[in-house]
Design a protein around this ligand. Structure first.
Ligand code: C2O
Ligand code: CU
Length: 503
């Protein structure tokens, strides 16, 4: 890893002038929704959707003249969206039909698939070392008992998560429920926006430079796989599910009009109350659902979603733009109340109702650099592997409520910390209240330079071992990932453990 201050803009695209994409030339598109190939019932009567996805190499049309090789779920980038109602279980068969070595970057490929935001059983959680080699397949079962939320599935392969995800192995997964349906826009007014940044080699393929595992800052911003797209909007309220799928970059989105957006949901779904903000800091893997009211704008008006410069990012000419909305004179669809409503009271989820007690256990972890690798606590993932997957950073009981504190002493870096299995509530940021837009259920938290975060969470509903890691993916791969166990005592063998390792 190199100190942030010594990273230069050397990682910009090497495209010829006419090959470089120009902002606001492409229309925003949506990834196709994946249809189940079969629908059935579980023994307990729950509905089950069966999906099949093949991971394969493909090409994407991102640039005006050149095509770009990608690795994709079903060979497309971004991958197909899975859209489900709470209570419908899913079985997702993932077949790895990728080439044995990456067509551009040359490393040997295997995969592991994680549904980020799901409280999955350990063997279906995309455990990094539970890999599916080329030519093999794995069935992932998702319970989907959780409240409505914006999830995403992405690759989690040990030590190559960054390159696998950057190459295209990433897609949206939307879970609906009646509360969310009654409050927020649906259908064509419920829009997924997956942000990412990339850089290109002269031939149009992706280029990769993570500055010695520090981070990759591309000079082209993609939304749903298109560079700086434009979306035509009616004069009404829209809901945008914004996912930052960048492997390193964080954003600070803002509207060019200076008007606020209304944040209605965070990673784990609806917030207790809507929070209106003029901008927000959006790290990798975080999801913010925002409502934007276009009713006050004139037909023909263009509203840009810009990116304010972020400390700890390398910014290029056009990375201060994300996309644009063009207001049309189309008749407004007013078929339900959400066309003009910004609801104020939303939902009180279980995690947001948790309160710390005097005897709530507090565990403290340092986020730092140790012998040239990034770590959370004492162990890197190499240490976890060397322990036979036995070592854990913490071992809460099933159902226990705890406070976890993360102190960033890594010298000039920020780290989006992601805890698998649970949703958490951010109790404090540097001893003060968290930002208004973070006051909802979360599973990733931005731990800035020198910051100390306190998180409150309840461990369950499954026993097992789960990963915790930095979601700056080059950090995760080198080697900022460890694990915790839930409800396991030393010597317990968890039959759901993909590595079958007793603690
Ligand atoms: Cu989004 Cu452990 O991952
Ligand atoms: Cu990190």
């Amino acid at each position: 890893a190199v100190p942030f201050s010594s990273i230069s803009a050397k990682s910009a695209s090497r495209l010829a002038d006419g090959d470089m994409p120009v902002p606001y030339r492409n229309l925003l598109t949506q990834a196709p929704v994946l249809e189940p190939y079969a629908v059935g019932r579980a023994p307990d009567g729950a509905k089950v959707h069966y999906y099949s996805v093949t991971q394969k190499a493909g090409t994407a049309k991102i640039l005006p003249r050149l095509s770009t090789q990608i690795l994709g779920y079903n060979g497309i980038f971004p991958g197909p969206t899975i859209d489900l109602v709470q209570g419908t279980r899913a079985v997702l068969k993932i077949r790895n039909q990728l080439p044995p070595t990456h067509p551009v970057f040359g490393y040997p490929i295997s995969t592991s698939t994680h549904l980020h935001g799901s409280a999955s059983l350990p063997q279906f959680d995309g455990y990094a070392s539970d890999v599916t080699p080329v030519g093999f397949a794995k069935n992932y079962e998702y319970p989907n008992f959780q409240a409505a939320r914006s999830l995403w599935y992405h690759d989690h392969n040990v030590h190559t998560t960054a390159k696998n995800a950057y190459s295209g192995l990433s897609a949206q997964f939307r879970l609906h429920d009646p509360t969310e349906r009654a409050l927020l826009p649906q259908g064509e007014f419920d829009v997924s926006l997956t942000l990412s940044d990339v850089m290109f080699a002269a031939d149009g393929n992706l280029a990769y430079d993570d500055n010695s595992f520090s981070g990759l800052w591309g000079d082209v911003i993609l939304v749903n796989g298109k560079p700086w797209p434009v979306m035509k909007v009616q004069r009404r309220v829209y809901r945008f599910r914004i996912l930052n799928a960048s492997i390193s970059r964080s954003f600070r989105p803002t509207l060019s009009t200076g008007e606020p957006v209304h944040v209605a949901a965070t990673d784990g779904g609806l917030m207790p109350r809507t929070q209106s903000v003029e901008s927000w800091r959006h790290a990798g893997a975080e999801r913010y659902e925002v409502l934007i009211d276009f009713s006050g704008y004139q037909p023909g008006q263009r509203i840009e979603l810009r990116n304010l410069s972020n400390k700890n990012n390398i910014d290029y000419d056009f990375t201060n733009r994300i996309m644009a909305f063009d207001v049309t004179d189309q008749p407004v669809d007013t078929s339900d109340h959400t066309w003009k409503t910004i609801p104020q009271t939303l939902a009180s989820s279980e995690v947001m109702n948790l309160r710390p007690a005097r005897d709530t256990r507090v565990r403290k972890f340092q986020v730092k650099r140790d012998n040239d690798v990034w770590v959370i606590g004492e162990d890197s993932w190499e240490d976890i592997i060397a322990s036979g997957f036995r070592r854990v950073i913490a071992d809460p009981d099933l159902g226990a409520t705890e406070i976890w504190e993360f102190e960033n002493s890594s010298g000039g870096w920020f780290h989006p910390i992601h805890i698998h299995l649970v949703d958490f509530q951010i109790l404090s940021r540097n001893g003060r209240a968290p930002f208004s837009y973070e006051q909802g259920p979360k599973d990733v938290v931005y731990v800035g330079e020198g910051e100390t975060l306190r998180l409150l969470m309840k461990f369950g509903p499954h026993r097992g071992k789960y990963m915790i890691h930095c979601h700056n993916l080059p950090h995760e791969d080198h080697d900022m990932m460890t694990q915790f166990s839930v409800g396991l005592k030393p010597g317990d063998v968890d039959l759901n453990d993909p590595m079958k390792a007793a603690p």
